[in-house]
Design a protein around this ligand. Sequence first.
Ligand code: PGA
Length: 251
Amino acid sequence: MKLIVGNWKMYKTGEEAEAYLHALLPLVAKAASRIYLAVPFTAISKAVSIVKDSKIVIGAQNMHDVSEGAFTGEIAAKMLVEAGAKFVILGHSERRRYFHEDNAFINKKVKRAIESQIQPLLCIGETLEERTAGKTEEILKRQLTECLAGLNAQQLATLIVAYEPVWAIGTDQVATPETAQTAQAFCRKQLQELFGEEVAKHTPILYGGSVKPENAKELLSQHDIDGLLVGGASLSVNAFSQIVNIEETNL
Ligand code: PGA
């Protein structure tokens, strides 16, 4: 079953989230895919209560690595859990780029998420400069190795990985299905080398970066694309529901 994750980023107040979800629910009631939505912190509780009888799973877009402390403006895993978040996006390229998060910090966050029983969705991906320099595989290998350091196969039972080439995020420059497939097959191979066959087989590897209803089907038909991480297009009920409703049987 494919996993479609919406990432609202810093969009939608609680009120806007409410209107969106009431419109989305009837449109996705029969969807074959699993549906996750990473919403702003302030919309989590409200979103959780609105979707409670549906298949939609609500999560967060970031968290800090320590359990609590003097970190003004940050949010802890247990606070997300209390609000009802079931998963958390970690290591998104916007966090890496604008907030200078590195692999070591992301590794601590992944560990805290697992310990707090909140499902980690780890984002990795190369920049255009790295791709042009032929370093894509080297970067993906380093990100997986360092972000998942010190964890074992059992701890990674709930891990989700998203391959998001930085040059494709918010740019309308979607990776071709072949480019995404090649990178994602490489990620799976790395997971196998690092943690064994079970983790490689069971970890959903999503593609993210300028996914739209028009390109989603072709991406989803690739062997190593287990789902999609959708930013901009997830803000529209219409676009997101179209992506979620792509029939698996037609892939
Ligand atoms: P995009 O964002 O779909 O707007 O390119 C994807 C993401 O940042 O997760």
